[in-house]
Design a binder for this molecule. Structure first.
Ligand code: PBG
Length: 323
């Protein structure tokens, strides 16, 4: 005696009926890079088909997102200058702040999340304020809160701290609340690993550390219990959504977090994951569309309700084609 599992795989109709995980267009968040200057729409060499935009060119991507059905972006800024304390990250007229205002003017319905970190803005490329060669946690979280506040004041819907300092979610929540931004949410990069998968992003954002590495603040890839502690603390401190990053090699972390916590979970399909798929597709080794659908479906199956991906516009178009 055995069970005929294949009965439920007989044809497309029944397969569609029993499918446990389906992708929707609202699941995806597109990473968007803004740069100083004018009239710039420049392909990012390490992230094929993704571009650097100057603020005056954002209409271009806003139209494309609308056409594809992507409803949310996470913004990254490449500033005009850098200094020791990342001053350009929290200026009223900084690159991200101007981009937020422009995006909201172009499409008030676009849900704008901002990456809150210092590595693109500091001359040393670390995610915080230095004390000698160490990143000073308690000094840094004051700056992180200041950056988040400047994004909220410019009109961001949600802020996403990616610095991995301790206590930053609480510091941001307090600062936002004290300044009347009670409804601005926090998506915390809670379990952010120290990963070689960020390589292409660092080229795109010009944010590599000038010395050392990020091991004293980002997590060790071998750890999962520690990820649960990070997530638990971020929820206690006021995170509305928690994130696991990278995605592909870390879906066990997503899965365990889904079982343990009842907040929405995001995962970040990072630049190195994107670049590997692109390169393999280009070499004719894989079918890009099939692989992307499979990889994103598996992220959702593991428990991620939302996925940040450089493939957001492609997948949304593919979903639209099918329906
Ligand atoms: C900033 C930040 C990084 C990424 C998102 N926010 C890079 C890093 O931590 O070095 C990586 C995103 C990607 O690789 O797509 N701290």
């Amino acid at each position: 005696m055995f069970t005929r599992h294949r009965r439920l795989r007989k044809n497309q109709v029944i397969r569609d009926m029993v499918r446990e995980t389906a992708l929707n267009r609202q699941d995806f968040i597109y990473p968007l890079f803004v740069v100083e200057g004018e009239n710039i729409k420049r392909e990012i060499s390490s992230l094929e088909n993704n571009y650097h935009y100057s603020v005056d060119m954002l209409h271009d991507i806003v139209d494309e997102l609308k056409d594809a059905g992507v409803k949310s972006v996470i913004l990254f800024g490449i500033p005009g200058y850098k200094d020791e304390v990342g001053t350009s990250a929290f200026e009223e007229n900084g690159i991200v702040q101007r981009a937020i205002r422009k995006l909201k003017e172009l499409n008030p319905e676009l849900f704008v999340i901002t990456d809150v970190c210092m590595c693109e803005y500091t001359s040393h490329g670390h995610c915080g304020i230095l004390n000698g060669h160490e990143v000073d946690n308690d000094k840094t979280i004051k700056y992180i809160a200041k950056i988040a506040l400047s994004h909220a004041a410019a009109g961001a819907d949600m802020v996403a701290p990616s610095d991995m300092m301790d206590g930053r979610v609480g510091a941001i929540r307090n600062t936002l609340d004290e300044n009347g931004f009670k409804d601005v949410g926090i998506m915390a990069y809670s379990a952010k690993y120290c990963s070689a998968f960020y390589g292409p992003f660092r080229e795109a954002a010009n944010s590599s550390p000038k010395f050392g590495n990020r091991k004293s603040y980002q997590m060790d890839p071998g750890n999962i219990r520690e990820a649960m502690l990070e997530i638990e603390d971020d929820i206690k401190e006021g995170a509305d959504i928690i994130m696991v990053k990278p995605a592909m090699a870390y879906l066990d972390v997503v899965k365990l977090a889904r079982e343990r916590f009842d907040v929405p979970i995001a995962t970040y399909n990072v630049s190195g994951e994107f670049a590997m798929v692109k390169a393999a597709a280009k070499a004719g080794l894989i079918n890009e569309k099939s692989i992307v659908k499979e990889m994103l479906t598996c992220m959702k199956r593991a428990g991620a309700g939302m996925i940040i991906t450089y493939y957001a516009m492609d997948i949304c178009r593919w979903i639209k084609e099918e329906n």
